[in-house]
Design a protein around this ligand. Structure first.
Ligand SMILES: *Cc1c(COP(=O)(O)O)cnc(C)c1O
Length: 369
């Protein structure tokens, strides 16, 4: 065999997903593990959502609706956009892929922040594009430096708002000023994976921003059903954008990219306001509880607009990660992201948060000496 692997593919480091509970329990021979590592929703979907998905099971001998008609109608009604302004994907990850496929050729440039969601850069590498990576400044996107990095070859800018893993959000005013400064040939992608958790007064007006593009750059908002809507396992997300951009993205997608159960589940989730309210309320309570616990354990936890918290544990985060694994708790160490003494913790159910805090206290007691 003589494999010829292109250089840009050789250079890609595979994405490391958080360890799964099954993996941990198998490797360490423990049970009742807690996973608060991947910012998933800790709650199962509501009975209404489960019922909608169950009812759709009988139809899965057929291909899904290629146009995602019913789901699109719900998204359009809820957010005041037209169907022509929506593209649905197999997770919002697929929207990132469509955007890079549509706009980036070999040698084109894309600007992202570090740390932020790692998938942006990987899709750019796959296309042979050039990543310009701008460090965060005071835990937020350094919008000024990003502007200065733009060239004729810049095609896309990815901004996760709120930022993962910091949990910080850009004020709408700063965002509007930024968007009015970016040249017209650039597409700015605002990744709103955690937008549902944000304070309402921090949410930008997406519907107006995708439309008013006279003398201004294009803006795309991408959102997911994996976090607040609790459907990470179904893989579904969407983007809203100017209809001319949406037409481009439709050209590069497979006709049946979103499966039937995902379409039906997402529509039911979007329409179950009570369930969503409950999730957001539990999240706020969990954050308050965890902040308080971190303070008592002499850790520094940072304010968050998401369902996760960045915490400075004042010791080697990789060492703490391993110690917590042995106690059946999976979190993320932020050492690989450039924060060697920080961890990222997802808000879990009450009992999971409690157990995590107990184990954290034990581990810190043992390790800090
Ligand atoms: C979790 C997350 C996503 C979600 O990706 P899906 O493919 O929709 O599951 C997207 N962006 C960021 C920043 C995230 O943290």
């Amino acid at each position: 065999m003589k494999l010829i692997i292109p250089e840009n593919i050789q250079e890609i480091e595979p994405y490391q997903p958080g360890k799964s509970q099954e993996e941990l329990e198998r490797e360490y021979g423990i049970s009742r593990s807690v996973k608060i590592a991947s910012n998933e929703n800790p709650y199962s979907p509501s009975p209404k959502i489960i019922e909608a998905i169950t009812n759709a099971l009988e139809g899965i001998n057929r291909y899904p609706d290629a146009a995602c008609h019913d789901l699109m109608a719900s998204i359009a009604a809820k957010y005041g956009v037209e169907k022509e302004e929506i593209v649905v994907g197999n997770g919002s990850n697929e929207l990132i892929e469509f955007l890079v496929k549509s706009f980036v050729k070999t040698g084109d440039e894309v600007i992202t922040s570090h740390p932020s969601f790692l998938m942006y850069q990987k899709f750019v590498q796959i296309r042979g594009g050039i990543n310009h990576i701008i460090p965060l400044k005071e835990m937020s996107h350094d919008l000024h430096t990003i502007i200065n990095k733009i060239t004729e070859k810049t095609r896309l800018i990815f901004i996760d708002n709120p930022n993962n893993p910091m949990g910080t959000a850009i004020s709408p005013n700063d965002l509007y000023v930024f968007l009015s400064t970016v040249p017209e040939h650039v597409v700015v992608v605002i990744d709103e994976a955690y937008a549902d958790f944000m304070d309402e007064n921090l949410r930008p007006d997406a519907a107006s921003l995708i439309r008013n593009t006279t003398n201004r750059c294009s803006v795309v908002f991408i959102r997911t059903f994996s976090k607040a809507y609790g459907l990470a396992g179904l893989r579904i997300g969407y983007g809203i954008m100017n209809s001319s951009l949406a037409s481009c993205l439709h050209k590069v997608r497979q006709p049946f990219n979103v499966n039937t159960l995902a379409q039906v589940g997402a529509k039911a989730a979007l329409e179950d306001d009570n369930h969503c309210r409950l999730i957001l309320q539990k999240n706020r309570q969990g954050i308050a509880y965890l902040h308080d616990a971190f303070k008592q354990l002499n850790c520094i936890s940072y304010p968050t607009q998401g369902n996760f918290i960045l915490v400075d544990v004042k010791m080697d985060a990789d060492v703490l990660y391993e110690a917590l694994l042995h106690k059946g708790v999976i979190i993320r160490s932020m050492r690989a992201y450039g924060f060697p003494s920080c961890i990222r913790v997802t808000v879990g159910k009450d009992l999971e948060n409690l157990r995590f805090v107990e184990m954290l206290e034990k581990c810190l007691g043992e390790l800090r000496g």
